[in-house]
Design a protein around this ligand. Sequence first.
Ligand SMILES: NC(=O)c1ccc[n+]([C@@H]2O[C@H](COP(=O)([O-])OP(=O)(O)OC[C@H]3O[C@@H](n4cnc5c(N)ncnc54)[C@H](OP(=O)(O)O)[C@@H]3O)[C@@H](O)[C@H]2O)c1
Length: 227
Amino acid sequence: MGAYLLTGAGSGIGAALADLLHGRGEDLVLVARSAERADELAAAYPGAQVLTADLARPEEAEGLADRLPSRLDAVVHSAGIVALGDIADLDLAQWRSTLEVNLLAPVALTRAALPALRAARGRVVLVNSGQGLSAAGGWGSYAASKHGLKAFADSLRQEERPHGIQVISVYPGRTATPMQEAVHAHEGEPYDPTVWTRPESVAATILHALDGPRDAALTDITVRPGG
Ligand SMILES: NC(=O)c1ccc[n+]([C@@H]2O[C@H](COP(=O)([O-])OP(=O)(O)OC[C@H]3O[C@@H](n4cnc5c(N)ncnc54)[C@H](OP(=O)(O)O)[C@@H]3O)[C@@H](O)[C@H]2O)c1
């Protein structure tokens, strides 16, 4: 059994991965944004250690360092937010919160977890996005945060390889989660979740990467809705 630290375990892809890991008896460390959310996660995942940090304040993630286990087999950053809008319309506060949650919080939490990851020769999974590879109009702040997340992953991979840490970026396409429902609402499109990848399927892909052989490190995994 291993120890896995997850953000975003309360919803969507992160919740689906927490279900899979909890179901096979792994030790979970879950980061919840509020005390109320922490209570919900503790009830949903008996035995899990639940920590509280609002990832819109990355220093709160950094402050978790003393409360982490001494060994972590993986840290999976799934928490994320999106604020759609043209650059002419999105204000700086929206840019800032997107960059805090999607980029700076993973940086801060990874730094806090590095000793435990090094001890276990663990893996870091960054849940990125197709927008982290190619930015579309109307997605500027989100795409910038995810491009930054890719850069962070690529640098971290090189730096931590001597310490045995593997770094995996996962780029889902549209996935049927509350985030995707909100995107459709913004786009003014009807939402049919059956058209998009299920969060359970993205989670299964992440689990495959987490379980993979050490001598064949996965680096970048793109997931698109299948037919
Ligand atoms: N859905 C898609 O189509 C899609 C496509 C590509 C990439 N992604 C990426 O996949 C990841 C997971 O997204 P999802 O679709 O599963 O979204 P989701 O269902 O909206 O879940 C997002 C999770 O992030 C957490 N979170 C957001 N802000 C937070 C904060 N300030 N502090 C702590 N936690 C916070 C949420 O916490 P609460 O539960 O407390 O709200 C929630 O658990 C994201 O990084 C997203 O960018 C999604």
